[in-house]
Design a protein around this ligand. Structure first.
Ligand code: 9UX
Length: 72
């Protein structure tokens, strides 16, 4: 089944930030959907259980120019 993961993202300040990060996240192999919320500074991803490593998500966030933040 698909799971949903939410990661905090620091450093987003405008709608273009959101669009850039969403594009980066959906390009991670296995990710089926990505939704980024500027107001809450969070990114939500969907993918089949076990298919995506959190480290890969964090790397994509950094590569897009932002700082991932573990929500615990
Ligand atoms: Mo907006 Mo975000 O002008 O990295 S694209 S601040």
């Amino acid at each position: 089944p698909e799971v949903t993961t939410t990661v905090g993202v620091d450093g987003m300040t405008c709608a273009s930030c959101v669009a850039r990060l969403e594009r980066a996240l959906v390009r991670i192999p296995g990710v089926t959907a990505a939704s980024v919320n500027l107001a809450t500074s969070r990114a939500e991803l969907r993918y089949p259980d076990g298919i995506v490593a959190l480290a890969d998500v964090e790397a994509a966030v950094r590569q897009a120019g932002f700082a991932p933040r573990n929500l615990g």
